[in-house]
Ligand binder design. Sequence first.
Ligand SMILES: NC(=O)c1ccc[n+]([C@@H]2O[C@H](COP(=O)([O-])OP(=O)(O)OC[C@H]3O[C@@H](n4cnc5c(N)ncnc54)[C@H](O)[C@@H]3O)[C@@H](O)[C@H]2O)c1
Length: 413
Amino acid sequence: MWREGEFSIYGPVRTGAEYPHGDRTKPISITVAGRSPGRTSACDALASGFSVNRLVCDLVHLITGGAGFIGSALARMLVGSGETVVVLDKLTYAADLRRLDPIRDSGRLLFEKADICDGEAVTRILARYAPSVILHLAAESHVDHSINRSGTFVHSNVVGTYQLLHRTLEYWLGLGEPACKRFRFVHVSTDEVYGALGATGVFSEKSPFAPNSPYAASKAAADHLARAWHRTYELPVIVTSCSNNYGPYQFPEKLVPTVISAALGDRPIPVYGRGENIRDWIHVDDHARALLAVSQRGRPGERYNIGAASERRNLDFVREICAVLDREAPRQDDRSYADQITFVADRRGHDFRYALDTSKIAAELNWSPREQLPHALSQTVIWYLHNREWLLTRRERDALHGERSPPTDTAIE
Ligand SMILES: NC(=O)c1ccc[n+]([C@@H]2O[C@H](COP(=O)([O-])OP(=O)(O)OC[C@H]3O[C@@H](n4cnc5c(N)ncnc54)[C@H](O)[C@@H]3O)[C@@H](O)[C@H]2O)c1
């Protein structure tokens, strides 16, 4: 596929490029031209000395929310396997471009700061990069924030998804063969759309929606839009519902980094209620691999559950983190970090349990999680111990660097 235009490359290009602003760490705009057989990246094109105003890439993945926790894991995985990725992100408080540092120099990462609610910007970006796959992860994702700031969630998650679907449909209708047949739109959603379970049972893809938080309701609304854009317009949309993710680079106020930083800081480790709520925990790389399987082999119009069958009571999950810390960074007084666990008032409308039947994605797409919770959680905790900057909230980081930052809420899940 041949395309013309200007491309912003995030990070320095290996060779052959001019840096107009003289700063190799800032994105540059280049114009790529010439003929290159097969797949290449802008970086390769430049390195090959093209007199360029065209870029050749046979498969461009557009990741909305790619500066977030899961989107960046997906971007790292795709770029690591030689694919070209365009990240579209508004850079809200939840974004952090440091997550993309490992692939900055790849020449295969392109970045656009944009809001999915801005339809004109979405149209411009689609025309510029001509993606074959859109992985839609951009969302307000913090359940606690949705209780106090529900309007932001409805705007980004519902109106934003509408704008993205609407603009993507226009783009897709303009694609010729075989690009339009190959195109996929993967809408990334959550198990929370199904509501809460009791002590037994699992949600299947056919379970009715019963979202309980404003976050879950906004995701459910977006899921309905995604489904309708397939049924009405035949846009090749696939929806996924995933359970709770953990892994490196998670926002510091989420459960795993919060527990570690409270433990190491000798502060109370806050656990909601009595810690009885049950979640199925999946490593973020398993989620990313599932999304790739869905984008490559999933059937348009279908929904796929993604989970790891690793259910834990919150209290037990926190104790597992403490046990890893006891081993890897023991307290000086030899007490367990678990002694710091403190119960705090439960979140309003806190769902008791989520669990997913994942037999559909296993049977149809041959996907199953690779990571085992005890080992992967241990590796995750060790990662945070080696990357302690990730345990600091933005305010703490800014204070460390002598800068001022707006206040953020504190939360533990
Ligand atoms: N974290 C989980 O455990 C989990 C589980 C299941 C599903 N999900 C879903 O996966 C997706 C990603 O979750 P995450 O944990 O990486 O979230 P995150 O909050 O870490 O990242 C979200 C990203 O989206 C961007 N964003 C927000 N609003 C935007 C807008 N209007 N336009 C453009 N960009 C915008 C943010 O800047 C941020 O970089 C979300 O859709 C979430 O609902 C998350």
